[in-house]
Unconditional design. Structure first.
Length: 630
């Protein structure tokens, strides 16, 4: 039978075991100090205060029995009690007290001796208890300050099992979730069907590891979740813990790293130790690429804190007993930079790729996130799912939230289709800008966007148009939006050339109409050049280069790897690559220019309509184009 975990949380210690708050320590110290001070300095209660001149007169009149010198004060006793009116009655005083003036009085001792007054004196040194308190006061203050500082640091540096302040610096900072804390299951995770199917084995093993052991099966020690940001890697890991009902330790890879060498390795040891104690359990390391990058790269050498932490992770995963029901889940969106030792079988020996959701999954995700959002009858989530190609789960959640915010801003009771489309446009295109531009510049933008739109409608394999607008949004003065009818996983050369043609359509329209180009095509040129470079150097779509792939254009993660990487082509080949990229772009541009010249009347019609309406939907664009058929 599988080991069962109790859902009850550990009881809090009794009040007598709990340390007193810091302010109570200070209060007790103040009370003790005041008590000692009052005991050592009883004060002047029961003594008559005499002026110094009157005191000398009493001595001269033989009315004083004895005196005692105490620093700058003199106390003593009268021959006969003196009475003095106080509060409507007379009080008899047997003793007196006076203060010596700051100037010296050499006649005082002689006066006391002539009148046979007994002279007493006390040592100027304080009592031993007072001296001890005064000497201990700075140390008590320093100790109290140190204790308070460490107690405050304990929250940031403490470990899983409590805290000893600075002594917990090497403790794991993983957040622990109990069985009852995680209510997330696979039902709350839309899409990711293949990933959930692979994770069901892990859930079954954690629920009943004995069944797998009887069959001689060994569950993977580590599972690496790979995918673009926002695809649900962390969500899936929490769902696994919720399905299995086991303790869940969650930590980010960056939390292992500190400025002190060895702290990360210590935290790794402590986290794995805590998980083993509560097995079956799950350890989840988010963004593991921050600590698991390939070793021996860069200029700083290999013996640093990050690599020591990685070595400790490798050692801990090797140290798992075959019968230990502890599974390590890790998430990253950069699996290409991970160390090879981390990826080998026996460590992270199962890799699960999480892709961007397809249309069906997007519809399910929208349904989950809009469950608590009031939707009007015209809100078509199927249409929104079709218009959000390339959105991740996090993007879809943000879309629903933006729609709810827009709905509240406009004082509506329910989110309608118009609000959903506005929220989508805000995410994809950016918010509208209150930018005042001249009529001449507005016309330039209108012809530029009309060129994009015309090419999108005329090129055979281009993605269908959705809308065109010359309203400034985000960083753009105008936008032309295309929505693919379905996701593309394999791009053909004809599709890529038409895509470049749409990008260059705006610049070509400016050249055709105004006889010159503007700076508005900067982003178009960047995207077209990047796409052409990949076609030539990565995908073998150049007749002169042939079926060869080069590393040119790849992003190198490590500076050291980039500096020491040997280029795999000659200078002559580099020149050919540059020529082919330019030839490809110029060839497509010429085709676009010819097509625009041939459809000049359609270009004019689109631009003039844009100047009037500012925004055109797909149906309106198609209607304009149909009116100007050749």
């Amino acid at each position: 039978m599988a080991n069962k975990q109790t859902n009850s949380k550990p009881e809090s210690p009794s009040s007598w075991q709990s340390p007193l708050p810091w302010w109570r320590y200070i209060a007790w110290f103040i009370v003790l100090f005041l008590f000692s001070w009052l005991w050592l300095n009883p004060g002047d209660n029961g003594s008559l205060a005499l002026p110094y001149s009157e005191f000398k007169s009493e001595v001269a009149g033989d009315h004083i029995v004895w005196v005692k010198f105490q620093g700058d004060r003199i106390s003593g006793e009268f021959q006969q009690p003196r009475t003095k009116p106080t509060a409507g009655s007379e009080t008899a005083f047997k003793r007196f007290i006076t203060t010596i003036p700051p100037v010296q009085d050499p006649e005082l001792i002689a006066l006391l001796e002539r009148h046979e007054v007994e002279i007493r004196a006390e040592s100027g040194e304080a009592h031993w208890l007072a001296k001890s308190l005064i000497a201990a006061l700075p140390w008590l203050f320093i100790i109290g300050l140190f204790w308070y500082a460490t107690s405050r640091m304990k929250k940031g540096l403490g470990g899983i099992g409590g805290g000893n302040g600075l002594f917990d610096f090497g403790k794991s900072r993983a957040k622990r979730f109990r069985q009852s804390d995680s209510e997330l299951t696979f039902d709350q995770v839309a899409g990711l069907e293949n990933a959930k199917r692979d994770m069901l084995e892990i859930v079954g093993y954690l629920k009943d590891p004995q069944r797998y052991r009887k069959l001689g099966a060994k569950i993977p020690r580590g599972i690496l979740l790979m995918g673009p940001p926002g695809t649900g890697k962390t969500l899936l890991a929490k769902a696994v813990a919720g399905e299995a009902k086991v303790p869940f330790f969650s930590i980010s890879g960056s939390e292992f790293i500190e400025m002190f060498v060895g702290v990360g390795a210590s935290r790794v040891r402590d986290m794995f130790k805590s998980a083993r104690k509560e097995a079956p359990a799950i350890i989840f390391i988010d963004e593991i690429d921050s600590v698991g990058r390939a070793r021996g790269t860069g200029l700083g050498g290999g013996h640093d804190e990050r690599e020591q932490t990685l070595n400790q992770i490798l050692g801990e995963m090797d140290g798992f007993d075959p019968h230990e029901a502890v599974v390590v889940l890790a998430a990253t969106n950069r699996p290409d930079v991970l160390d090879a030792a981390l990826m080998r079988p026996g460590r992270f020996d199962r890799k699960i790729t999480l892709d961007l959701p397809d249309k069906k999954a997007r519809r399910a995700i929208l349904g989950i996130h809009s469950a608590n959002v009031p939707l009007s009858s015209d809100a078509d989530l199927d249409r929104i799912a079709a218009l959000t190609v390339g959105f991740s789960g996090a993007d879809l959640e943000n879309l629903v939230n933006e729609a709810a915010l827009l709905c509240a801003r406009e004082n509506l009771d329910a989110v309608d289709m118009k609000i959903l489309l506005s929220a989508r446009d805000k995410i994809v295109l950016g918010g509208k800008r209150e930018l005042i531009i001249s009529e001449e510049e507005k016309a330039l933008v209108a012809y530029h966007e009309a060129g994009h739109a015309l090419m999108a409608s005329q090129l055979p394999t281009a993605d269908p148009l959705d809308k065109v607008s010359i309203i400034p949004r985000g960083r753009a003065l105008g936008v032309t939006e295309q929505i693919p009818e379905e996701e593309h996983y394999n791009l053909r050369q004809s599709y890529l050339r038409d895509r470049i043609g749409v990008m260059l359509g705006g610049r070509a329209a400016e050249q055709l109409v105004f006889g010159e180009v503007s700076s508005g095509a900067e982003d178009d040129l960047k995207q077209a050049t990047r796409l052409a470079r990949h076609m030539v150097t990565h995908w073998g779509m150049s007749e002169k280069i042939g079926p060869v792939a080069f590393r040119r254009g790849e992003e190198h993660i490590f500076l050291g790897r980039e500096m020491t990487q040997q280029r795999d082509f000659s200078e002559n080949t580099a020149q050919i690559i540059d020529d082919e990229i330019c030839s490809l772009l110029k060839g497509v541009e010429q085709e676009v220019a010819d097509l625009l010249e041939k459809n000049r009347d359609r270009l004019e019609a689109l631009a003039q309509t844009l100047l009037q309406k500012e925004t055109l939907e797909a149906g309106e664009i198609q209607s304009i184009l149909n009116q100007h058929n050749e």
